[in-house]
Design a protein around this ligand. Structure first.
Ligand code: 8YV
Length: 323
């Protein structure tokens, strides 16, 4: 139950929310924050009586948390476009709306995928680490040789908003852009000249493979040992989507064995832990899930999460319902 002395609906922000969202919520709601280190147990303690939960990809929203919140819960607003952390069925069964924050992070995430593409292709992390370690003692024309991207074949797995924006960003470099998608994208084909192929063809041909599909049972392990073997020895693999898409042990081995050229990763299975084999793998740029981390995108995500909460609590259709 909500605090009897406070008639406002209670919103549980599972971890933290930027002021752009907090201020909106605080105008009409009682807002409780779990904080960055809120454990699942702590969230169960905070949840009772919540009318809304603002979650993020690190917060598992399933039967336990929903039951702890109880019958007043009406909406789970995810601070992310991905919603694999939320058990949609469990929410549907209870008549709880689920929302996400699409669109406002498309540029930020596609730009990070481009940055990772350039950084991995040119082996920037290793080169900088060697400079910082004082190992740059003379110029060696054989060192840090990377992949030149002008004229390269780009392969985009998933042609949703972020995949399409990535296609636009790489267009000035790309010799060709192939894509894999369940549905054909005639408009992107017309405007960007992208070509739909199957995954086997894309892996066999692309110099850069960038993943832009959500995590789901169908996409888990999408890139495993066989797929890595099918790629060119110089190819660059980029993942700004979700960690479980790639078998990280197989990727580390492919990098060690020279089966692919380089990898650029922003996401991992079991975040914030990073698989040890990847930390040790060569030619690998690793970032701590910062795809949407621009000031503009994160403020807009916070506003959108708040708008979704307020719409449902106010009895109207939320702008970004996923269930
Ligand atoms: C994170 C993301 O939400 O939108 C997504 O699906 O993975 C990111 O935008 C963000 O990093 C906050 O956790």
């Amino acid at each position: 139950m909500s605090d009897a002395a406070d008639p406002r609906p209670k919103v549980l922000v599972a971890r933290v929310l930027l002021p752009a969202g907090m201020e909106r919520l605080a105008e009409t709601c009682e807002v409780i924050e779990g904080g960055l280190s809120a454990s699942p147990e702590r969230l169960l303690e905070l949840a009772p009586g919540a009318a809304a939960i603002v979650a993020d990809p690190t917060v598992a929203v399933g039967d336990q948390l929903l039951d702890a919140a109880g019958s007043e819960l009406r909406v789970v607003a995810n601070f992310a476009v991905g919603h694999d952390n939320v058990d949609l069925e469990a929410c549907r069964r209870r008549g709880i709306a689920v929302t996400n924050t699409p669109g406002v992070l498309t540029n930020a995430t596609a730009e990070l995928a481009l940055a990772l593409t350039l950084a991995a292709a040119r082996r920037m992390s290793e080169a900088e680490a060697s400079l910082r370690a004082g190992a740059w003692v003379g110029w060696d024309p054989r060192e840090h040789l990377g992949l030149e991207l002008s004229g390269a074949s780009f392969g985009i797995v998933g042609m949703g908003r972020i995949g399409r924006r990535y296609a636009e960003l790489v267009a000035p470099l790309a010799g060709e852009t192939l894509y894999v998608s369940r549905a054909r994208k005639p408009e992107a084909e017309r405007e960007l000249g992208v070509i739909q192929v199957d995954l086997a063809k894309l892996l066999g041909r692309a110099d850069v493979v960038s993943l832009h599909v959500p995590a789901s049972p169908e996409t888990a392990g999408l890139i495993g040992a066989d797929e890595l073997r099918a790629m060119s020895p110089h190819a660059v693999l980029i993942n700004t989507a979700r960690g479980p898409l790639i078998d990280s042990a197989a990727l580390a081995e492919a990098l060690r064995e020279g089966e692919i050229g380089a990898a650029g990763l922003d996401v991992y299975e079991g975040e914030p832990a990073v698989p040890a084999e990847l930390l040790e793998a060569p030619r690998c740029v690793l970032l701590p899930h910062i795809g949407s981390a621009t000031a503009r995108a994160r403020a807009a995500m916070a506003r959108l999460a708040a708008d979704n909460v307020l719409a449902v609590l106010g009895g109207s259709e939320p702008p970004n319902r996923v269930a």
